[in-house]
Design a protein around this ligand. Structure first.
Ligand SMILES: NC(=O)C1=CN([C@@H]2O[C@H](COP(=O)(O)OP(=O)(O)OC[C@H]3O[C@@H](n4cnc5c(N)ncnc54)[C@H](OP(=O)(O)O)[C@@H]3O)[C@@H](O)[C@H]2O)C=CC1
Ligand SMILES: O=C(O)C1=N[C@H](C(=O)O)C[C@H](O)C1
Length: 269
């Protein structure tokens, strides 16, 4: 047991944090060695098992990330951009693999994560599920096969608490479509239409976001031409798919050289 990789979960009280604690607890390939929450959070100083309404598991939630990371081989982090940037530097300092699921990262955040990856293994993906990563590959292939007579639209739907748009997954799918077509996503992106928009621009890659209820995550990639449409769809019904992918990444990262990786590397896609 002691030689299994020890994992710390940041944002342990969150939707994904709790799912990760359960997934690691049930795994025979890794063990939970730490949980981090921000200072002042009601769970700090308490056993994570009891916080989640069960029996004690011997892991007390801390607000000192470096102390927790120093005892771990990997950190799994589904929090928020500012926190993730801070955790990237600390995980690198502790030489722990940093698995980043956080979305909504902007250029300044990404630059800091890239800097941390010079000294440590970072695996980052806007979606850690096998199904979505397969869909990314399919999107790239179909976009490469079809010309700009086929309009690309990405429609995503998530729960009412999601704070960023387009979703990290939608951006991965958009990037795949852009790569398939050999264009730059930033230049092709058409996001958040409203008012008199004018006709659709040829070659645009469109994004639309639905927010409501408890939707876990749904993504459609629509290729629309005159007279026909191809629609690729992924529907997540359980956050366990993301937690399983993140745990797989944390274990995979143990053998890797410092650098930044994604789920394609982990899954060998
Ligand atoms: N890549 C993937 O496969 C997936 C990615 N995600 C992404 O993961 C992120 C989290 O999603 P979700 O779990 O739904 O969100 P939640 O809001 O439920 O959880 C986020 C957690 O992070 C905590 N947190 C924020 N800042 C800090 C900090 N500085 N120190 C410690 N803890 C902190 C929050 O605490 P507090 O409440 O106190 O702010 C909260 O507990 C989002 O970016 C989401 O898009 C989600 C699912 C899958
Ligand atoms: O916030 C979420 O919930 C999710 N976020 C990720 C995203 O932004 O794509 C992955 C998944 O769709 C759930």
């Amino acid at each position: 047991m002691a030689d299994l990789p020890g994992i710390v979960v940041t944002g342990a009280s969150g939707r994904m944090g709790q799912m990760l604690v359960r997934t690691i607890g049930a795994s025979d390939k890794a063990r939970l060695v730490g949980c981090v929450e921000r200072s002042g959070h009601a769970w700090v100083g308490r056993d994570i098992g009891e916080c989640m309404g069960g029996a004690a598991v011997g892991v007390v939630v801390t607000d000192d990330p470096l102390e927790a990371f120093a005892k771990a081989q990997a950190v799994i982090d589904f929090t928020a951009p500012a926190a993730t940037v801070e955790f990237a530097a600390l995980a690198a300092q502790a030489r722990a693999v940093h698995v980043i699921g956080t979305t909504g990262l902007e250029a300044a955040h990404l630059a800091k994560i890239e800097a941390a990856a010079r000294h440590a293994v970072i695996v980052r993906a806007g979606n850690m599920s096998l199904g979505v990563n397969l869909l990314v590959r399919l999107t790239q292939k179909i976009a490469a096969a079809l010309d700009e007579d086929w309009d690309v639209e990405i429609v995503e739907a998530h729960h009412r608490m999601k704070v960023d748009a387009p979703s990290g997954t939608a951006l991965m799918l958009g990037q795949a479509a852009a790569e398939g077509r050999g264009v730059d996503l930033e230049a092709a992106m058409d996001s958040g239409r409203h008012g008199i928009t004018g006709a659709r621009k040829r070659g645009a890659i469109g994004f639309a976001a639905v927010r409501g209820g408890d939707i876990v995550g749904e993504h459609d990639v629509i290729f629309a031409a005159d007279g026909e449409r191809v629609i690729l769809r992924h529907v997540a019904t359980d956050r366990a798919i993301f937690a399983r992918g993140a745990l797989r990444a944390a274990i995979w990262g143990q053998g890797a050289k410092p650098g930044q990786y994604d789920m394609m590397d982990v899954l060998g896609l």
